[in-house]
Design a protein around this ligand. Structure first.
Ligand code: GRG
Length: 308
């Protein structure tokens, strides 16, 4: 065997670099979203400008990244997962636009920019949120479906995560808990719905686009559930410990609004431990992928250590 061939045989697969993964996938998701949305000049231009304003304001694109990473872990093609990754990001952005409205969290900044209603007025911001939610289903409707996950199963997955038993239920419970003392169990109920449901849906859709096995689907569900809960605990910690400039949104809002959060109920140190434990459970769920879920592992670690 020649020296060159020996070198070839010994070559290791390239190390996974999360920064490169995130940069390339964010660019790909932005290109795909640009293609899915009506152009900003389409009439009525105001609504299309407003939809694009919030969608391209510089979000971290964590849900699309999780969706694409889950597809890869199951041996699928990211191109098949891309429309679903974009659909989830549209739903996520709609929820942020509506959450920032004066009738809800009343925030002036999001993703480092003025919120939609501050730029376009409340009426257009409500409609931009509505249009992004509807756009998500239009994008998802174009997916053909897969043998284990027919087309209607995909639409059902999105509808359930965004609906009145999950995302909206979490927001309702969150609104109703404001200024009241709630238990850790009630807080968990809010986090499961307000945050974890859509993150979990992202990885499940990625798996579905790879026609994943039932065992892989269960593993992705466990992973998404725990990563989603850890994400919210970290979000609450960051709200308390970071500045508005670092976060790109108003910091310290939770305590100002007397919101129930893990740091408020159990303190910062215990909250950090809870986030670590939840991330540990998310990692454990990935065992079934036998080292093929490198991107999901790296994302879970990144979400635990993030500073914004
Ligand atoms: C209005 C139906 C409706 C729901 C609103 C999104 C939401 C529910 C409330 C916003 C406040 C909040 C703490 C939501 C939990 C999910 C969360 C932490 C969102 C922020 O997600 P990031 O950090 O945001 O991924 P970017 O901007 O990076 O995409």
């Amino acid at each position: 065997m020649s020296a060159a061939t020996q070198g070839f045989n010994r070559r290791q697969p390239p190390a996974f670099v999360l920064q490169n993964f995130l940069a390339s996938r964010t660019a790909a998701v932005n290109r795909a979203l640009d293609g899915f949305l009506p152009p900003p000049t389409a009439k009525p231009a105001t609504i299309h400008k407003a939809m694009r304003y919030s969608l391209f304001a510089g979000g971290k694109r964590m849900r699309p990244a999780l969706c694409l990473a889950a597809a890869a872990a199951c041996g699928g093609h990211e191109a098949d997962a891309m429309p679903l990754a974009c659909a989830v990001e549209c739903i996520h952005t709609y929820s942020l636009v509506h959450d920032d409205l004066p009738a809800m969290d009343d925030d002036d900044y999001r993703r480092g920019k003025l919120t939609s209603h501050k730029v376009f007025g409340e009426g257009i911001a409500v409609l931009a949120g509505d249009a992004l939610l509807t756009q998500a289903f239009e994008i998802a409707a174009r997916c053909k479906g897969w043998p284990r996950y027919p087309h209607e199963r995909i639409i059902l997955e999105l509808a359930r995560a965004a609906g009145s038993l999950q995302l909206i239920a979490g927001q309702v419970a969150d609104l109703e808990a404001e200024g009241r003392k709630i238990s850790a169990k009630q807080l968990r109920y809010i986090h499961e719905r307000k945050t974890s449901a859509l993150l979990c849906c992202s990885v499940r859709l990625g798996g579905m686009s790879a026609n994943c096995t039932p065992a892989q689907f269960q593993a992705l569900t466990d992973f998404g559930y725990h990563v989603g809960l850890a994400f919210q605990v970290i979000d609450d910690i960051l709200d308390m410990t970071q500045t508005s400039e670092q976060l790109g949104k108003t910091a310290g809002k939770d305590s100002a609004a007397q919101k129930a959060t893990y740091p408020a109920i159990v303190g910062l140190e215990k909250s950090r431990r809870i986030a670590e434990e939840l991330t540990g459970k998310a990692f454990a769920a990935l065992d079934i992928f036998k080292g093929k879920a490198v991107a999901l592992e790296a994302l879970a670690e990144f979400l635990l250590k993030r500073e914004k």
